[in-house]
Design a binder for this molecule. Structure first.
Ligand code: IMP
Ligand code: MG
Length: 182
């Protein structure tokens, strides 16, 4: 979706409350841990949005794992994703031979994820899967296969549980729809 520029925003209704999120992450954690039995997945969480989801997800996965963080930015201006990601903070660890699970907060157009996946594949992981807490199917501009999805949501701008508008609202425990205008 187009990112709104308004500064007159306020938090609207709760779309997903923290208990609903917790329950779904518990299910996802079990499912993913089952799929990775006998392996030691290496999670790559995308800063900053996925940090809170990641912190809860790893504690719902009962198996040995490791993790690392990457921060990316878009080359486009606010509201228009160019589709080319810029690495703002790179990984510390090599991915070669690892079973990598990329942890994203939300997939909207898919452009960020598409570009990031291409970048990570060049590092020759053994396997690469994607988990996203939120998915906005209506916003998709490019097809990216997301292996695990927490929730499909409508094409609204949401904040909380790590997701921001202009770097704010990340600390809200629930996920809210953001309202714009007075
Ligand atoms: P995409 O490239 O359009 O798929 O956008 C992905 C990135 O845009 C996500 O990682 C988020 O950082 C951001 N984003 C997309 N939709 C929202 C939203 O509703 N709230 C907050 N951030 C969003
Ligand atoms: Mg973001």
């Amino acid at each position: 979706m187009e990112w709104p520029n308004s500064r007159n925003e306020s938090t609207g209704p709760v779309l997903l409350d923290c208990q609903t999120i917790r329950n779904r992450i518990s299910e996802l954690g079990s499912q993913i841990a089952g799929d990775y039995q006998g392996k030691t997945p290496h999670l790559v969480a995308v800063l900053k949005g996925a940090s809170i989801f990641h912190a809860d997800l790893v504690r719902a996965m009962e198996l040995p794992l490791s993790f690392d963080f990457i921060a990316v930015g878009s080359y486009g201006t606010l509201g228009k994703s160019s589709g080319e990601v810029r690495i703002l903070k790179d990984l510390e660890d090599d991915l070669e031979g690892k079973d990598v699970l990329l942890v994203e907060d939300i997939v909207d157009t898919g452009l960020t994820l598409h570009s990031l996946v291409r970048n990570l594949k060049e590092r020759k992981p053994q396997s690469l899967k994607i988990v996203a807490l939120l998915n906005k199917p209506a916003g998709r501009k490019i097809d990216v296969p997301v292996d695990y999805i927490g929730f499909d949501i409508p094409d609204a701008f949401v904040v909380g549980y790590g997701l921001d508008f202009d770097q704010r609202y990340r600390n809200l425990p629930d996920i809210h729809i953001l309202r714009f205008g007075k």
